[in-house]
Design a protein around this ligand. Structure first.
Ligand code: SF4
Ligand code: SF4
Length: 440
């Protein structure tokens, strides 16, 4: 066993209100400079939606997808040697500015300087990169807010008919939620593997993935190589840049800027201890649906004295071992199983995990008049959640609904349990027993 420490973040999606405070404070801190105007190290995207950059999850678009070699290495599926060489000189497999969307500001002076006329003056949008007027903006962050997903995918005519027949019912079945994203600081980072200059590296002490600006030659293979598209190119300096997990703040015991300023208080930062010897096999797990349990299996219980001794023997500082014991991330991920990884099928072993949103139970509300806070509604009606379990499973467990269901049931049980306590009602042991753990 080779014990290593890894910084980790868990985000509770039920609490995100899509206010973008995290994105803006991160931008002011890290990317408010020429060359990275379009860059959001932290972005908050609408789900269902195309994401940022657009269609980043379409892995076939970037080098035709990925494959595992016999030795467990992750390589581009269509990436022969010649293609890799060619792409170094003309890497076409990059998102363009339209995928990221060109940032703009408004020409506010026009409101004051325009001579009097028949029409009201307009503050036209102007590109923050070129300074040109942008009269035909076709895409921007969260434009998919208006497209709330429909759980039933039927023909347009059928949906239209049903909307006419049961407008209220249909509106209750639309859904959307927000997904805040930063670099995953993966245990098996493909950005590091794809850099021809050796400029990207994963810090041994805390697992933070960084770019050595002096070594970066601007090949941008990392932008192509990161399946989460969390590598960015600074078009002024010609170097790659990325989320640093605010390492200067972490090193002095402060949280990241996005966590500290999060309005929903939904970000939990912590330290995980894991067995690095098991990581290659976990990333190379043959069946995609086994990747989530394989990654879970990496993490070591920081409350176990044997693990603590092994961590000390591996040279992990005492305060990091203590941080692993005190932080809630291990329990959220491993003890309770309520936090799940984003797209484990990318095989990079991502280290930003998510508590899935516990949406209301649609039929329970409409049929019985009860709200979705009563755990019994959820237990009997997992298929009638507003956000389909199958959709969440695509995001978090490579399509396996079972871990998502269990997480949602436990969240509902915990919510019911806490509500009973807050209302001064007796604790119901059935709640705890029904989800297989002790709800204290
Ligand atoms: Fe690298 Fe992308 Fe993983 Fe971040 S999310 S560590 S940029 S592969
Ligand atoms: Fe969501 Fe917090 Fe970011 Fe607001 S600040 S969008 S609540 S993650």
């Amino acid at each position: 066993m080779r014990v290593m420490a890894q910084i980790c973040m868990v985000m509770n999606l039920d609490k995100c209100i899509g206010c973008h405070t995290c994105s803006v404070t991160c931008k002011q801190t890290w990317t408010s400079r020429p060359g990275v105007e379009y860059v959001w190290f932290n972005n908050v995207e609408t789900r269902p939606g195309q994401g940022y950059p657009r269609r980043y999850e379409d892995q076939e678009r970037w080098r035709g997808g990925w494959k595992l070699t016999a030795r467990g290495r992750l390589v581009p599926k269509a990436g022969g040697r010649m293609r890799r060489l060619a792409s170094i000189f003309a890497n076409p497999l990059l998102p363009n500015i339209r995928d990221y969307y060109e940032p703009w500001t408004y020409d506010y002076n026009a409101l004051f300087d325009t001579p009097a006329g028949d029409d009201f003056p307009v503050a036209a949008p102007r590109s923050l990169i070129s300074g040109e007027r942008m009269d035909n903006i076709t895409w921007s962050a969260n434009w998919d807010d208006n497209l709330g997903g429909m759980p039933q995918h039927e023909g347009d005519d059928v949906v239209l008919q049903r909307i006419q027949d049961k407008v209220r019912m249909e509106l209750e079945q639309t859904f959307m939620f927000y997904l805040p994203r930063i670099c995953e600081h993966c245990i098996n980072p493909s950005c590091v593997a794809s850099c021809p200059s050796g400029a990207l590296y994963k810090r041994v002490e805390d697992g933070i993935v960084l770019v050595d600006q002096d070594r970066c030659r601007g090949w941008r293979m990392c932008v192509t190589g990161c399946p989460y598209k969390k590598m960015y190119f600074n078009h002024r300096t010609g170097k790659a840049e990325k989320c640093t997990f605010c390492f200067p703040r972490i090193e002095v015991g402060q949280p990241t800027v996005c966590s500290e300023t999060c309005v929903g208080r939904l970000r939990y930062i912590g330290v995980l201890l894991y067995d690095a010897d098991r990581a290659p096999a976990a990333a190379a797990t043959p069946r995609e649906q086994d990747l989530y349990p394989a990654q879970l299996d990496l993490f070591l219980n920081p409350h176990d004295p044997d693990v603590r001794r092994a961590a000390e023997a591996a040279g992990i500082p005492h305060d990091w071992i203590q941080a692993a014991r005190r932080s809630p991330v291990y329990d959220l991920i491993a003890t309770y199983g309520v936090a799940l990884p984003l797209h484990p099928e990318y095989r990079t072993l991502p280290m930003v995990w998510y508590v899935p949103p516990l949406s209301p139970v649609v039929e329970a509300i409409t049929a019985s008049g009860h709200d979705g806070e009563d755990y019994r509604n959820l237990f009997g009606a997992i298929d009638t959640l507003r956000i389909p379990v199958s959709y969440l499973a695509e995001l978090f467990t490579a399509g396996d609904p079972a871990p998502v269901e269990l997480a949602l049931r436990r969240l509902a049980a915990m919510r019911s349990h806490r509500r009973r306590i807050n209302l001064g009602e007796p604790v119901d042991p059935e709640i705890a027993a029904s989800v297989g753990f002790d709800v204290e």
